[in-house]
Design a protein around this ligand. Structure first.
Ligand SMILES: [Zn+2]
Length: 234
C-alpha cells in the first residue's frame, strides 16, 4: 500500500467535504408548497412554524431512548406530521383558549388546532419553533380520532416534543435560552429537561404530570399505560 502523503490527505478531505454538501441537500425534505398543499394556512407565524417542523428530523438515539422508558412517538419525523395535517385537512388558527394558560389545543369537533391568540403576531423565532412543537403535539391528538386523552397519551406526545426540542437545539443552538414566553419557558423547554432527566425514576416528570394531567385515566385503548403513567396516578 502506498502511504498517503500529507498533501494528498488534504486534497482527499477537501473532496470528501465537497461531495458531502450536495448529498445533504438531496436528503433535505421538499419545501411545503402552501398555495397547493395547505392553502388554508396564510399566517406568517404558522407557515414558519410548519416549515420548521417539516424540515425537522428526530435523532434515532432519542427515539430509542423514549422507547426504553415506555414512550411511543406518534410521528417519527416532522415531515410525517405535516403530511398528516395536509391529508386530514386539519385547520390551524390562533384563538382564545378554553382555559387560561393553555398554549394550544385540538378541537375534535372542528378538526382544528388552535394556538393561544397571544402568540399571533410574535416576532420571537423561539416562540415560532415552540408553536411548531405545539402543532406536533396537537396533531398527535388528532391522529387518534377519539377526542379523549390519557396520561400515557400525553406522555407520548410530550416525549415527542422533548425529542423535537432537542433537534431544534441541535440545529439552532441556544435559540430558546433567552425566551421568557410561557409557551417556551413553561412549556417546551421544561419537558426536554424532564424526559431526559438522568434520574431513572423520573420523579420530577411524574410530579409535573400529576399536577397537569392527574385527572386523566392512566391509559386508554390506543395508549396502554406504562410504568411512568401508572406512577402518575399512584
Ligand atoms: Zn395533549
Amino acid at each position: 500500500m502506498v502511504p498517503i502523503s500529507p498533501v494528498y490527505a488534504n486534497i482527499s478531505s477537501f473532496v470528501t467535504k465537497y461531495n458531502w454538501k450536495p448529498q445533504q441537500n438531496a436528503l433535505k425534505p421538499k419545501e411545503i408548497d402552501f398555495q397547493k398543499d395547505l392553502p388554508w394556512v396564510r399566517d406568517n407565524v404558522l407557515t414558519t412554524a410548519l416549515s420548521e417542523i417539516n424540515e425537522l428530523t428526530f435523532a434515532p438515539e432519542d427515539i430509542k431512548y423514549m422507547e426504553s422508558i415506555g414512550i411511543k412517538l406518534p410521528f417519527k419525523s416532522g415531515r410525517e406530521c405535516v403530511d398528516f395535517i395536509e391529508k386530514e385537512n386539519i385547520r390551524l388558527h390562533f384563538a382564545k383558549p378554553y382555559e387560561k394558560g393553555v398554549h394550544a389545543q385540538y378541537s375534535f369537533d372542528r378538526n382544528a388546532i388552535m394556538i393561544n391568540k397571544k402568540y399571533q403576531n410574535t416576532k420571537d423565532f423561539a416562540v415560532m419553533l415552540a408553536i411548531g412543537e405545539a402543532i406536533l403535539h396537537e396533531a398527535g391528538h388528532a391522529k387518534d380520532k377519539d377526542g379523549q386523552s390519557s396520561v400515557q397519551e400525553e406522555l407520548n406526545f410530550l416525549g415527542m416534543n422533548a425529542v423535537a426540542h432537542r433537534a431544534f437545539i441541535k440545529k439552532y443552538g441556544k435559540v430558546f435560552s433567552n425566551s421568557t414566553a410561557p409557551i417556551v419557558a413553561d412549556g417546551v423547554s421544561i419537558y426536554e429537561k424532564l424526559f431526559f432527566d438522568p434520574d431513572p425514576d423520573k420523579k420530577r416528570l411524574i410530579a409535573r404530570m400529576k399536577e397537569k394531567y392527574g385527572d386523566l385515566p392512566s391509559g386508554d385503548r390506543l395508549h396502554p399505560p406504562g410504568k411512568i403513567a401508572r406512577a402518575v396516578l399512584q
